[in-house]
Design a protein around this ligand. Sequence first.
Ligand code: SAH
Length: 193
Amino acid sequence: MIKGILQYAHTLLEESLQPGDTAIDATCGNGHDTLFLCQTVGANGHVYAFDIQEQAITNTAQRLAAAHQTNATIIQDSHANFVNHIPVDRLNRIGGAIFNLGYLPGSDKSVVTKGESTILALEGILEHLKPGGTIVLVVYHGHSGGKTEKDALMHYVRSIDQQICNVLYYGFVNQKNNPPFILALHKKAHQDH
Ligand code: SAH
């Protein structure tokens, strides 16, 4: 079976996250991925969920409350500032992160992720990521401004040293209407080749 985009994004994170890890949801939106990350890192782990929109913060808080999850901190700020919100002991234990790019479905389509802040956050998280950890980006690019962000992101990820990181591209090449695809950055463990 070939997994769909969202299903495969979760598989990649499940394979890289350990119980007790720190995980980052860089664009929490409606909170589906935040909840998934909370369940994956367990009670000893912690999830930091970011979004700049109040609606997303509310939706995520409600979803976690309904599922009785208490191991997350939800932060209304740009993911580019993630480092200011995570205590050092948790910062050293980042096992995985996810970005869903584009706009929040059912909300203001003018609020979209932007290449510059996405790349700043990505670079910063990659620096702190544990060896063996994975950052998954689900790249939606059909909206206005989406191509500019995608092009900037592709340029950046292609430049990452292959000794440090493997960058995976996963997508369906015959789907119509700019389907989303996955970029996954896997930070090599010391024994990897
Ligand atoms: N396109 C996806 C959902 C993307 S949601 C889908 O269809 O499923 C993207 C979220 O990123 C939005 O909620 C938006 O508010 C948020 N966002 C935009 N810029 C951000 C930033 N700099 N930091 C954190 N969140 C941001």
